[in-house]
Write a new protein. Structure first.
Length: 118
């Protein structure tokens, strides 16, 4: 029975990289090669959200290290973003990211333009 739990533990340790990176990488390539633009938007939204999540995780790491459930919550959230039945990445982009971009577009654009011109 101990071997079974060891096997499950190893399988679970592979779930993160498979769900967060390997499958999205494969699906992104498939989306680019397909004629539909809807799937392109889903996967571009995924990579934007996943990048932001990773950056925030790096900043908040001292706090998150005290939350043993953090990795499990992240894995479930990313699975929701990734699974085609939910289209979670597109949903989060439309409801959160786009709204914030529209709200701060002028400030972001002016700041970026100023940095490029220097």
């Amino acid at each position: 029975m101990a071997h079974f739990w060891t096997f499950l533990s190893h399988l679970y340790s592979l779930a993160g990289p498979i769900i967060m990176l390997l499958y999205p990488l494969y699906a992104s390539v498939q989306a680019i090669e397909s004629p539909s633009k809807l799937d392109d938007e889903q996967w571009l939204a995924y990579w934007i959200i996943y990048s932001f999540l990773t950056l925030m995780e790096m900043v908040a790491e001292p706090v998150l290290s005290w939350l043993p459930i953090w990795y499990h919550m992240k894995l479930l959230f990313v699975a929701w973003l990734v699974l085609p039945q939910f289209m979670g990445a597109s949903f989060v982009y439309e409801k959160v990211v786009r709204e914030q971009l529209n709200k701060y577009r002028a400030k972001i654009g002016a700041s970026a333009h100023g940095k490029v011109m220097q």
